[in-house]
Design a protein around this ligand. Structure first.
Ligand SMILES: [Zn+2]
Length: 284
């Protein structure tokens, strides 16, 4: 072996041993896998404790689920809080896992009935940031109601014990638009127009946008319709056992406006478990 070849071999062996040594030698400065796992566990524990904290509940407008079921005024606050999370892009998507499915497998206790439009742009659980078993929803175009709708709402209040009923219209409602513009319509669509035409006529000369006014008027008339509906809802409403309010959902930014006209002059509530704090909370 020539001198130059021996030198080259020695150099290669040295490099190999250095490389091998680098792989096995412990480096006190390195953040190895063990340290990283530790950090992750710590972060997860921190995140979990924040999610369970009073601070998180306050920052995400979380309202107790059981209280919302017992008292419709608390239920209303819960819907407002959930919608605020949705608008502020802070949705927590509660009760949407397998545990939630199993929890309501045998029994449901929805804290609110939503009487809303069938429109695909109005996804109730998403825009109120609620989950499985929370909302009992009756949907028809323009939330026009008939016998089956009445029966569904009565079923929720009598059989399921739901005390909050929200009639919710929405911006750019096609059914209300059809009633305002009175087009020729085929088949049973005329039933929707007939249900809304009074609201369209009443709001015709109001200042502002004609369709927006009709949408709002339609909700107000539907709230009145349910408050007067014999024999179940009218009695429960007058006795202060249930709350029936109106709202309009804005497609533009996801905000639900609860109509002030429907939050005023409500009968005195007689709900077990009601608190004075809940009474003060009906505001936007
Ligand atoms: Zn609609």
């Amino acid at each position: 072996m020539s001198l130059s070849r021996s030198f080259l071999l020695c150099a290669l062996l040295s490099l190999w041993s250095l490389g091998a040594g680098a792989q096995t030698r412990p480096n006190p400065q390195a953040t190895g896998p063990a340290t990283k796992v530790k950090v992750k566990i710590k972060d997860k524990a921190k995140a979990a404790s924040y999610a369970d904290s009073v601070k998180f509940a306050r920052e995400h407008y979380v309202i107790d689920r059981d209280s919302a079921y017992i008292d419709p005024r608390v239920g209303l606050r819960k819907l407002m809080g959930g919608n605020r999370r949705f608008v502020e892009n802070k949705s927590i998507r509660p009760r949407q896992d397998r545990a939630a499915l199993l929890n309501v497998e045998k029994k449901q206790k929805p804290f609110a009935v939503i009487v809303g439009c069938s429109d695909s742009r109005v996804p109730n659980e998403i825009l109120f940031d609620q989950g499985v078993g929370d909302l009992f929803i009756v949907r028809t175009a323009g939330q026009v109601m008939a016998e089956a709708s009445y029966g569904s709402i009565e079923f929720a209040t009598v059989a399921l014990g739901t005390k909050l009923i929200v009639v919710m219209g929405h911006q750019s409602c096609g059914a209300v638009d059809a009633a305002v513009n009175r087009p020729e319509v085929p088949g049973h669509i005329i039933a929707l127009i007939n249900g809304i035409k009074h609201a369209a006529a009443v709001s015709k000369d109001q200042p502002g946008d004609r369709l927006d006014n009709a949408i709002r008027e339609n909700v107000l008339e539907q709230v009145a319709e349910l408050r007067d509906l014999d024999p179940v809802l009218s009695k429960k409403f007058k006795n202060g056992e249930i709350m029936i309010v109106g709202a309009v959902y804005r497609l533009h930014d996801g905000h639900v406006e609860f109509l002030p006209e429907t939050l005023k002059n409500l009968p005195a509530f007689r709900v077990a478990g009601a608190t004075s704090a809940a009474e003060q909370s009906i505001k936007h």
